[in-house]
Design a protein around this ligand. Structure first.
Ligand code: FAD
Length: 508
């Protein structure tokens, strides 16, 4: 057995994708490979992408990031879920809270007992059985408490909000300290080997050649290597996710530091709200077929908590994925590999899982096609399943106040999603295959939050008497009430553990 090792890996791009990859490689490859990163200050980064999901904690642990230091350096806050406003009907409000709903006790899952009692009018709304949702309502936060092992307080799933530019800067410091070599400059063209078309160097406008055997394309939407050079092709999903533009604007903070992202549906799209320590990040994602840029900007600006700190910045995109994430000796990571709108804050997670897959299928000079094919199969599976979950939010709307929402409710959907909806409709059942990202608890909260009521509940629920189910639900609810009571205010927790220094005033 022989392994012909790679020597130099070149990461093209220094946004979130580039620096996350650099930090992970610098840690995992233990200094045995030369890692170079090329980025252009002139081009800059997309500069959005500030809300995450709980798996980011795994990335931080692997890379060895100290939580308090990271929060301070990025003006970060904690996130317990996403609140959805106006997504079912106008005026509706529900939350997709991280972590579990209820507590399993008998033969079938907790939510099946809740479905029955809810239909009988003998249960509280679903949120009462979820600690992250109730804590969010109270603007409270606490990380899991290992000293109370059998309590929901030991099972609090959370993520972060952070400033995207500060995050890239934080990871850059860490990566350079671990040996990553950064080159600043605009790549002018890409050089390919004649024999097989593998990329062998990127050439900067200055004339400098940066050579390597393995290239990670983190160049953002343009896909400098994966698309512009290798012409890999793109699968367009705008027939399922028709929003194609966004406007982003920061504004002054509100008096309460909420521990969740908010997504408010508007006439032809939706608006995100991401609270940080020093500002709130906002953006309007919309469909240009149904609303003009001016109207979209006016809607965004009239729905801010504080004074805007800049003019809205436009971003255009096409939802979909690269036909192959890995082609020849180039792997695309981040926006270069595809785009999914940030409704469920999944893109940074997809960067993280691409990096994990890259480590699992790390090549040698042979670039075995079997490994490449498996990497691509797994990437596609992940993309498609996340896509289905996001499409669900649009498909299940009952809004009749705008042509956009009516078109979304009427659109055909992928078979894989139709199957999940049918399964839920019949008996409130949910299926999770392989290790797709979103759990049954996530699907349940969107189904229920957007008013899809199953025709029946699991037949085995009737093995328990109504009185004992009522008692069981009430005991779970009361435990959560008590837990939330002892949790500190989100702001107080940050002040005590990870308060960021006040940002320097802008130069005039
Ligand atoms: P970029 O940030 O665009 O970086 C590209 C890099 O390539 C830059 O350093 C650039 O200088 C370099 N580059 C490009 N061309 C050249 C060249 N010719 N020469 C040299 N260097 C070059 N994700 C989430 O998880 N949560 C969110 O809340 C979220 N919100 C989003 C909202 C919007 C509107 C959008 C568009 C995306 C959002 N995302 C979100 C996605 C997230 O922003 C991205 O996944 C993340 O920022 C990664 O971007 P990137 O590093 O791939 O690209």
């Amino acid at each position: 057995m022989q392994t012909d090792l790679l020597k130099t890996i070149v990461i093209v791009g220094g946004g979130t994708a580039g620096w996350m990859t650099a930090a992970a490689f610098a840690t995992a490859l233990k200094g045995r490979y030369r890692i170079r990163l090329v980025e252009s200050d002139e081009i800059g980064i997309v500069g959005v992408g500030e809300a995450t999901i709980p798996m980011i904690q795994i990335f931080n642990k692997i890379v060895g990031i100290d939580e308090a230091e990271f929060i301070q350096a990025t003006q970060g806050t904690f996130k317990l879920g996403i609140e959805f406003v106006n997504w079912g009907k106008l005026g509706d409000r529900y939350m997709h809270g991280f972590g579990k709903i209820g507590q399993d006790l008998w033969t079938v899952r907790f939510d099946q007992y809740w479905q029955k009692m809810n239909a009988l009018g003998r249960a509280k709304p679903l949120e009462h059985y979820c600690i992250t949702r109730m804590a969010s309502k109270a603007d409270k936060f606490l990380p899991p408490q290992p000293n109370v092992p059998n309590s929901p307080l030991n099972d609090i799933a959370y993520a972060y909000h952070f400033d995207a530019s500060l995050y890239a800067r934080f990871l850059r410091r860490l990566s350079e300290a671990r040996g990553v070599q950064r080159t600043e400059g605009r790549i002018d063209h890409v050089s390919q080997r004649e024999s097989d078309g593998h990329v062998d160097a990127v050439v900067l406008a200055s004339g400098e050649r940066v050579e390597g055997e393995f290239f990670i394309d983190c160049s953002g939407f343009r896909g400098l290597l994966i698309e512009q050079t290798l012409k890999t092709g793109y699968e367009d999903w705008t027939h399922w996710l028709p929003c194609d533009r966004a406007l982003a604007v920061p504004c002054d903070s509100a008096p309460k530091l909420t521990p969740y992202t908010r997504s408010t549906a508007h006439r032809a799209g939706w608006q995100w709200r991401i609270p940080l320590q020093h500002r709130i990040g906002n953006g309007h994602v919309y469909c240009s077929q149904f609303v003009s840029d001016d109207e979209a900007a006016a809607t965004l600006l009239s729905n801010l908590d504080g004074k805007p700190q800049a003019d809205p910045r436009p971003i255009r995109f096409t939802t979909g994925m690269r036909k192959q994430a890995w082609n020849k000796n180039v792997v695309s990571v981040g926006l270069a590999s595809g785009f999914m709108e940030p409704l469920e804050s999944t893109s940074i997670h997809m960067i993280q899982s691409s990096i994990q897959r890259l480590i699992d299928y790390f090549p040698d000079q042979g670039f075995n096609p079997v490994d490449v094919a498996e990497y691509n199969r797994q990437s596609r599976f992940e993309y498609e399943r996340i896509r289905d979950f996001i499409v669900l939010h649009y498909k299940l709307n009952q809004r009749d106040d705008s042509p956009f929402w009516r078109a979304c409710a009427d659109m055909p959907i992928p078979d894989s999603l139709a199957h999940k909806i049918e399964l839920y409709k019949a008996h409130g059942r949910m299926v999770r295959t392989d290790n797709e990202l979103f759990t049954e608890f996530s699907w349940l909260q969107v189904f229920e939050g957007q008013n899809l009521v199953p025709q029946a509940y699991h037949p085995l629920v009737d093995l328990q008497s109504e009185a004992s189910i009522a008692e069981y639900l009430e005991s779970v609810r009361q435990v959560i009430v008590k837990c939330v009571e002892v949790m500190p205010d989100h702001q107080a927790y940050i002040d005590q553990h990870c308060r960021a220094p006040a940002p320097k005033p802008a130069m005039v």
